[in-house]
Design a protein around this ligand. Sequence first.
Ligand code: ATR
Length: 266
Amino acid sequence: MIDAGTRLYCVFGNPARHSKGPVIHNAAFKDKGVNAVYLAFEVQDAAGAVQSVRTLDIQGASVTIPFKESIMEHLDWIDPAASAIGAVNTIVNKGGVLKGYNTDCQAAVAPLIPFGISGKTVCIVGAGGAARAVAHGIAAQNGDIIITNRTEQKGRALAEAVGARFIPGNKMADIPADVVINTTSIGMTPDVDQISFPPEAIRSEMVVMDVVYTPLKTRLLRTAEQKGCTTIDGLSMFIAQAAAQFELWTGIIPDVDLMRNIVIKN
Ligand code: ATR
């Protein structure tokens, strides 16, 4: 029951209306008997979003596209790992002190570990906050990283930060990748016909992963599947990063199967 003691959690993003965050976190709150509610807020600026956390005493927030980097300067403390990555996807309100964490990094790399990353050529499409987290995770596993991005300057900066090569977007078809990871919003609902990697450059030996999970099968993954590639959808990363957020906020480990099933059903 929602009452005067109910605490507020939320996601800040733009777009944010497609987010499955409310579905999974509210299910987990109910399951664990936590008197809290989680809402999606489509906001215009990071400063205003953080001010609302302070004003309304919001207990915690997920941060998504395009605020994972710009939110950092408005927080009171950044976890050293998030600081090294250069992106925050989780805010924890500890008695009025706003702390920033990154739960994307480990969540992104976990589903790739069974395929062996060390020595593999991993192409990361994008250079935003999600890309930073993925790149740091892959670098920690000794993957040979190639960054490609629409905005060259941003792509080169990330490549330099993680000791990777940069290849411009118009040369993507030449990338000799073993693994391709889309970290951009390309292909996300409603723009489901967009694809983040040239279809003609997808080869059957590749492992292709998308961080987009709406739809679950993006055009990138459908194309890769048709070509016989191993594909990894965005849901595993999404659930893993959300479960880690829930634990940071409540100190309780949520039921990840419940989280996964509720996303698939909704
Ligand atoms: P987040 O912090 O959540 O990762 P972001 O910092 O806005 O979000 O980064 C989004 C990434 O997706 C960027 O690499 C962006 O490319 P630019 O650096 O050129 O902006 C990429 N991106 C988003 N929409 C895109 C599109 N339609 N085509 C190509 N790249 C796109």
